[in-house]
Design a protein around this ligand. Sequence first.
Ligand code: 0GY
Length: 306
Amino acid sequence: MQFTKTPGWLDWYAGPSQPRFKLPAGAVDAHCHVFGPGAQYPFAAERKYTPCDASAAQLFALRDHLGFARNVIVQATCHGADNSAMVAALKASEGRARGVATVRRDVTDAALQAMHAAGVRAVRFNFVKRLVDFTPKEELLEIAARIAPLGWHVVIYFEAVDLPELWDFFTALPTTVVVDHMGRPDVSQPVDGPEFELFVKFMRQHPNVWSKVTCPERLSVTGPKALNGETQAYRDVVPFARRLVDNFPDRVLWGTDWPHPNLKDHMPDDGLLVDFIPAIASTPALQQQLLVDNPMRLYWPELAIG
Ligand code: 0GY
């Protein structure tokens, strides 16, 4: 099947730079996607965007170029609940990738078991209205109850303004809960303002909640350019991510978000994204937790040390 990508959609950055920051041995890119290729793994009828192709082989080439050892591949909404592209990528990784799936309530136990064998360790519940249609919360709770015995967790994606309304649902989930992109804060607001305070409270009061300190390119208003003598790209995102890394060093994850769906103004150089890491995890010990110890504990517990 032939697909035409959504107008204005930027392709992922070919030829990323070599990061200056050297990743610790065993680092995990804990948030990335594969798209198709559409001719082999068609995009879902219910999708809200049509991406460019971004194959498993291209993801693994990026992994090796940047110096990561492993990937966590998150099912993208453009594939709906057909996890076959993601699962094929897990199989092709030969144990170096784990997956986060999207499932509906009619998923069979056999399908869950097959995904587990391939390396899936979580489901994603998405509440970002531009990406998905509404799924009733009782359906999601039913899914959560079915995946919990497999040792899987739930990844949640939502906008910061929706946290108050979703709070009771999130805190009722029976598993570890991993939040995508810090709950998408409005980084033009103060880092100690009410919106982000609520997110910090969410993590403080609920030790089963983790956060990905990801997507500066998606959250930033100041953008990638250094301005007025500043040398820090995405500098408005730094205090938010840093606050989470400093306060919850054993419950944060980092990933590239390659191939960066839905970006229309600016496509990041993934090498420069890696160079952003020391700005938010300021010591080698914090970097080791963020990039190795935490993702290994969550996705490869059988290999994790300590
Ligand atoms: C991300 C962010 C986005 C998209 C998706 O599954 C997706 O389509 O996650 C977004 O548009 O904010 O994590 O890649």
